[in-house]
Design a binder for this molecule. Structure first.
Ligand code: DGT
Ligand code: MG
Length: 364
């Protein structure tokens, strides 16, 4: 390791948004361990510990070499205290006992399982754990108490727990494009999320949709949903309307019109291949897709359930939404923290706001 590299590492920026974080890095064993500790803290709703472990993992992902000794880590941002003990243990013994204990812990395993179901957040999973739910069979016994989103999440959990490949994401992209262009031929669609960052797999596929003429976007998601439903390609959807009243400079929540969906992605060799203009499925096929657990369909599955987010933005907000929906979540959090702390600017996926000017205009 050259002295120059060590010097560069001691000057590693504290904000993740100022660092290059490659997809493949040199300290995977340590970052995996720190991320397990972060998830465990998240499951206990301990934000401070969650952030501490996430920040340390993020720093190590940006390190341009494999750590050989704790000494090399001592000046790195966010790597002190508890994280340093974890780093030291892994460097000396190849594993961390605390992490191994967590991985075998019933609460952790159950929370992983339950929060892995679409529509189930930490609070709900905690409640279910306290009620004695430990596995998917337990959950199926209380299906009548689940939300429509959770019922769909549970019904399609085998597919949804599998990662979406880039090839599948591209086919989803083609399906989305073919669908939206039926209604607005020159609509502009961008795949965002992890795939835009160069990942080859993801848990869903995210898209931003825009058009220079805002009127062209009005009702577009409803039209798309309606058409996909008639084709039997929509297994679940929830449409969130644009709510400008909720939009605020200080809020990281966004109010873009959004469709959270589970689509039935035809397999590449199925008759519903992406050339859907020409090859529409017949009503029998659609029925099979709409009711996936019917015995007929299980024997002849030619599709995979895939989570898709469609976000509509006016063109004036598109750049901010693109930045916000490209991720990663930690990068976005750090970018907002940097904007606010260092620049007194509030960033969200609608715009960048000067808080001093805003408070001035409010005082006026
Ligand atoms: P994945 O899907 O596992 O490959 O990971 P990502 O990075 O695609 O994560 P995902 O799909 O949860 O979200 C993509 C990015 O969009 C992520 O940085 C966070 C952001 N995002 C997710 N949901 C919302 C939302 O409701 N509002 C805003 N503004 N951003 C969101
Ligand atoms: Mg994603």
């Amino acid at each position: 390791l050259s002295a120059a590299t060590e010097v560069r590492c001691s000057q590693m920026p504290t904000y993740a948004c100022h660092r290059r974080t490659p997809l493949n890095h040199h300290n995977q064993t340590i970052t995996n361990a720190l991320e397990i500790l972060a998830r465990s803290a998240f499951f206990q709703e301990s934000d401070v510990r969650y952030l501490g472990f996430t920040r340390a993992a993020s720093t190590l992902k940006a390190l341009p070499y494999k750590l050989q000794s704790v000494n090399q880590a001592k000046d790195l941002p966010w790597c002190g205290g508890h994280c340093m003990i974890v780093i030291q243990e892994i460097l000396e013994h190849g594993m961390c006992r605390e992490v191994e204990v967590i991985k075998n812990n019933e609460h952790y395993q159950t929370m992983e399982l339950l929060t892995g179901i679409y529509g189930v957040g930490v609070r709900t999973a905690q409640r279910w754990f306290k009620e004695g739910i430990r596995n998917l069979s337990d959950l199926k016994t209380m299906e009548c108490k689940l939300t429509a989103e959770q019922v769909s999440g549970l019904r399609h959990c085998k597919d949804l727990q599998q990662q979406v490949t880039l090839e599948e994401a591209e086919r989803v992209g083609q399906l989305v494009k073919d669908t939206l262009q039926r209604f607005v031929p020159d609509v502009h669609i961008t795949m965002t999320g992890g795939f835009r960052r160069g990942k080859e797999v993801g848990h869903d596929v995210d898209f931003l949709i825009t058009h220079p003429n805002e009127n062209a976007l009005s009702g577009l998601l409803e039209d798309a949903v309606g058409w996909l439903e008639t084709q039997g390609l929509l297994l679940y959807h929830h449409l969130k309307k644009r709510k400008p009243a909720l939009r605020s400079a200080s809020s990281s929540m966004d109010s873009h019109e959004t469709c959270y969906a589970i689509v039935a992605l035809p397999s590449s060799s199925s008759p519903w291949n992406t050339d859907i203009e020409v090859k529409k499925c017949n009503s029998e096929d659609a029925e099979r897709i709409a009711h996936p657990e019917s015995p007929n369909s299980l024997n002849s599955r030619t599709w995979k359930a895939v989570r898709v987010d469609l976000v509509v933005t006016p063109q004036a907000e598109h750049a901010y939404a693109l930045l916000g929906w490209t991720g990663s979540k930690h990068f976005e959090r750090e970018l907002r923290r940097y904007s606010l702390r260092e620049k007194k600017l509030s960033l969200n996926s609608h715009g960048l706001y000067d808080l001093e000017k805003l408070s001035g205009s409010l005082e006026c």
